[in-house]
Design a binder for this molecule. Structure first.
Ligand SMILES: Nc1nc2c(ncn2[C@@H]2O[C@H](COP(=O)(O)OP(=O)(O)O)[C@@H](O)[C@H]2O)c(=O)[nH]1
Ligand SMILES: [Mg+2]
Length: 351
């Protein structure tokens, strides 16, 4: 087998070098270590090499990169040499931009298959020149968001937040209550169904007092239902629920019973952006029986990278409603938008 022969590749950004790795991630890590974070990726390709003693062929990845030249635009060089056995349509990336966008997704710790899929899609959709924005658009298209809670005067909307312990449910309930009351003039009530943990109730009590909003407490499905009924006429009731460890199936089952009694109009599952892709997927799976129809992504400010969130985003039946970006009540919450979420994940925008 002949290795891919690079055709002439003039670069304006200085000498190019070739880096190899078993995976794209590994090759890019080498580029980064050697040339720094501003390195310009000139080409990326998958090559196959024969292993010793003929024990099958192993795929490897070659990335050609050069140090960023100050002031000059990155050189634009199409990948001219297809891998001896292409992985599929649109792969390897058909342009430097697509390869760079793919690299950025991996650097954001996006799951590799997702990054590959997006880069491939973007490469098919775009002319080589705007592959980077095509990746952003492809990412936006892959994300599902829901409109924020809309109070309808005269009807009482019950909105429950569920999720693992410590992700920020109680804080988010307080943020949303304040936003709905102060900005939208809604009559807001709070229900704490997390009475077992004294701290949780006191935390909500303090917020309710500050907001001058009614707060009801009920431990267990029946008590919570009674407390909800006793709250009376309001536009929105936000329900704070006990945190359940995703690994604790019985607590999740209890939560199901609580929700069955409360029959909320909306159930939002809060997930912390600091979790790994695997942890996020596990939490989403574990809470699935509680039938959350929305996702709230919390602690975006604390996450090193936001790519792992892609493990749980993109399901039309579970769109993202809110993002929380810090502990401050009520400021650190925003209604989710696809553009903002895509730019945050790609690292194009700060939290
Ligand atoms: N940095 C940061 N901290 C947050 C955010 N949301 C909540 N917290 C903090 O996370 C901790 C746990 O929050 P809490 O609402 O009690 O979580 P719960 O157990 O899910 O109800 C508290 O110290 C909050 O101030 C956020 O978006 N960013
Ligand atoms: Mg809580």
């Amino acid at each position: 087998m002949s290795a891919a022969t690079p055709a002439g590749r003039a670069t304006e950004a200085g000498d190019s070098r070739t880096y190899r790795g078993r995976t794209m991630r590994e090759a890019l890590a080498r580029v980064r270590r050697d040339l720094g974070g501003d390195a310009v990726i000139l080409a990326a390709r998958e090559v196959r090499r024969r292993r010793l003693f003929g024990l099958g062929a192993g795929a490897s990845v070659e990335v050609e990169a050069s140090a960023a030249a100050e002031g000059s635009a990155p050189a634009r060089v199409a990948v001219e040499v297809p891998a001896p056995r292409p992985v599929g349509g649109g792969w390897p990336p058909a342009s430097v931009e697509a390869a760079a966008a793919y690299a950025r997704l991996l650097e954001a710790d996006a799951p590799e298959p997702f990054a590959r899929l997006l880069a491939r899609e973007a490469a098919i959709l775009s002319s080589p020149d705007d592959a980077a924005s095509a990746v952003r658009r492809a990412l936006e298209d892959a994300l599902a968001v829901a409109p924020p809670i809309r109070p309808v005067p005269g009807t009482r909307r019950v909105v429950a937040l569920i999720g693992p312990t410590g992700v920020g449910k109680t804080t988010t309930v307080a943020k949303l209550a304040a936003t709905l009351k102060l900005r939208r003039g809604a009559r807001v009530g709070l229900l704490s169904a997390d009475a077992r943990r004294i701290g949780a109730y006191e935390q909500l009590r303090a917020f309710a007092d500050l907001l001058d909003a009614p707060l009801a407490v009920g431990d267990g499905p029946e008590a919570a239902r009674g407390a909800l009924d006793a709250l009376g006429a309001l536009d929105v009731v936000l329900v704070d629920t006990p945190g359940a460890s995703p690994r604790d199936a019985s607590r999740v089952a209890e939560l199901g019973e609580l929700l069955a009694a409360l029959r909320p109009d909306e159930v939002h599952l809060a997930l912390g952006a600091t979790a790994s892709a695997r942890g996020l997927r596990a939490a989403a799976d574990r809470f699935a029986p509680a039938r959350p129809g929305r996702l709230i992504l919390t602690k975006l400010d604390e996450a090193e990278t936001l790519g792992p969130l892609l493990a749980v985003l993109g399901r039309a039946d579970r769109p993202v409603s809110y993002l929380t970006t810090g502990p401050a009540v009520p400021d650190d919450v925003e209604a989710a938008s696809r553009g903002r979420l895509a730019r945050l994940i790609l690292g194009e925008e700060a939290v």
